[in-house]
Design a binder for this molecule. Structure first.
Ligand SMILES: *Cc1c(COP(=O)(O)O)cnc(C)c1O
Length: 472
């Protein structure tokens, strides 16, 4: 008998997730599940994802291994898209904030699902372009874009989300230079504003409050509008992003009301004809049982209601509404499989169990004190008999992946699978201690394919140079 894990776990979690039990798999919101949608326990008592036995995947591809469930990713994309169609009367476009995990396969899937892509560097632009995402659907963010990156984005035909005065003036200058050439296309820009909305999340991932390094301060908005109206930049709208891993709906309910006043001001006083409003990303996911994020549909519905209400009240037509989720699209679609090594028991204090990765493949626990859940994938129904701490293999006492988790008895060689590692894991991975970055695979219908090769020891030396005079 197989057990459908997202539902099994939802059952024991919170009242909110109880409603999931009766719904079919594709109506589950991936961001509310601890595990990918296709996760089951197979008859061999092992974890299976996308029809693939996770223990066999590790035997084939090695560990640590990122395992991406294609069904979960496509479902999340479709739920965003369908919710806008259902709850918004105007035009809309969902963008994937690719900093969550920028690689060819993820960009190609979200692109094929009709989403655009949000990028923050030339490297992310290149990845989106090579994944054949249309440049008209690529939006370039960042608070310190270089001249080189701006030129590349302009040549590629991306929309630029301007963050500050320095960038605005640089772009204006670049545009004037290029405007003499025959192939000149007026750059499409948006302006990022700091909306002054606070949300309850980790301080490092809050971006919408006034004291933030991102975006124009509300006090300078009129000066910015005046400057843009005199420039040769084609400004199509405004943008705000208030933070990440947000569980409350209120900040996104309010954002329409804050943005509409600036939309209106730009049109009435500065003759700027804005057509697009981008309200950012930020919807949270369930990392541990007590996390209780709203569903993708409820989040979209709230955003749409807030924007519609604000624009109708202001007597303006509905803008093209954009949002740019990262974590809630990709976070819950991936797990990381590790091989368990040794353990250490500090009497009366704790037992450490070590795995063959750590802060280099998942820097979130050490950076944000993030919490995770895990299972022993080769013995899924074994009773949870011990409380242990999962330690990484790096030379850093803080390299702890999970503190105090209930697990069955473990042995060296067991496969530990950590959930919710799709967002800000591979994209933040490093080679600390000269560990090669793990491989990533995608699973679907019993098939698995590599999407990122495992780095080799030689890869680690690829950029090293040894000057002649230092050679023996
Ligand atoms: C990080 C970021 C996002 C995505 O945030 P998530 O919490 O991953 O949805 C969207 N827009 C901007 C500008 C960002 O910086």
């Amino acid at each position: 008998m197989t057990t459908v894990l997202p539902r099994l776990r939802a059952e024991t979690i919170t009242a909110n997730s109880l409603k999931n039990i009766t719904s079919s798999l594709d109506s589950l919101s991936p961001n509310q599940q601890l595990l990918p949608l296709t996760a089951i326990v197979n008859p061999r008592d092992r974890l299976e994802i996308g029809g693939c036995d996770v223990v066999e995947l590790v035997q084939r591809y090695g560990s640590p291994l990122y395992i991406l469930d294609e069904v979960s990713l496509r479902t999340a994309c479709q739920q965003y898209r369908d919710a806008f169609t259902k709850h918004y009367q105007g035009r809309s476009q969902v963008l994937y904030a690719s900093k969550a995990w920028s690689c060819l396969a993820v960009c190609a899937i979200v692109g094929a699902e009709g989403l655009g892509i949000d990028v923050v560097s030339a490297g992310e632009i290149l990845t989106a372009l090579r994944a054949e995402v249309a440049p008209s659907l690529i939006y370039f963010h960042g608070n310190n874009k270089s001249v080189d990156e701006l030129s590349y984005a302009l040549e590629s035909g991306c929309t630029i989300v301007v963050d500050n005065w320095h960038e605005l003036k640089t772009l204006d200058h670049l545009t004037k230079e290029q405007s003499l050439s025959t192939s000149f296309i007026e750059p499409r820009i948006m302006l990022r504003l700091t909306p002054g909305i606070e949300c309850h999340t980790h301080e490092y991932i809050q971006t919408g409050h006034i004291d933030s390094k991102f975006g124009f301060d509300p006090n300078e908005i009129e000066a910015v509008f005046a400057y843009v109206s005199e420039s040769s930049l084609n400004c199509v709208g405004i943008h705000a992003h208030i933070g990440s891993q947000i569980f409350e709906l209120q900040p996104h309910q309010d954002i329409g009301g804050v943005m509409v006043q600036w939309f209106k001001l730009a049109g009435e006083k500065y003759s700027l004809k804005f057509s697009e409003l981008n309200i950012g990303g930020g919807l949270g996911i369930r990392y541990v049982e007590s996390d209780d994020p709203p569903s993708i549909e409820d989040w979209v519905k709230t955003v749409c209601a807030g924007v519609t209400d604000a624009f109708v009240t202001a007597g303006l037509g509905l803008p093209k509404l954009l949002c740019e989720p990262g974590r809630s699209l990709v976070g819950s679609t991936c797990v990381t499989a590790y091989t368990i090594g040794g353990s250490k028991t500090v009497p009366d204090i704790r037992t450490y169990i070590t795995v063959d990765g750590g802060m280099s493949d998942n820097p979130r626990p050490i950076t944000y004190q993030s919490k995770y859940r895990a299972v022993v994938a080769n013995r899924m129904s074994a009773p949870l008999s011990q409380t242990v701490t999962i330690a990484g293999k790096h030379c850093e006492s803080g390299d702890i992946l999970i503190k105090d988790i209930q697990l069955p008895e473990t042995n060296a060689g067991d496969i530990l699978v950590v959930f919710g590692t799709g967002a800000y894991n591979y994209s933040m991975a490093s080679n600390y201690n000269r560990l090669p970055k793990p491989a990533a695979i995608i699973v679907e219908g019993g098939e698995s394919s590599l999407i990122i090769k495992r780095e080799t020891r030689e890869d680690l030396l690829r950029q090293d140079c040894l000057p002649e005079r230092l050679r023996k």
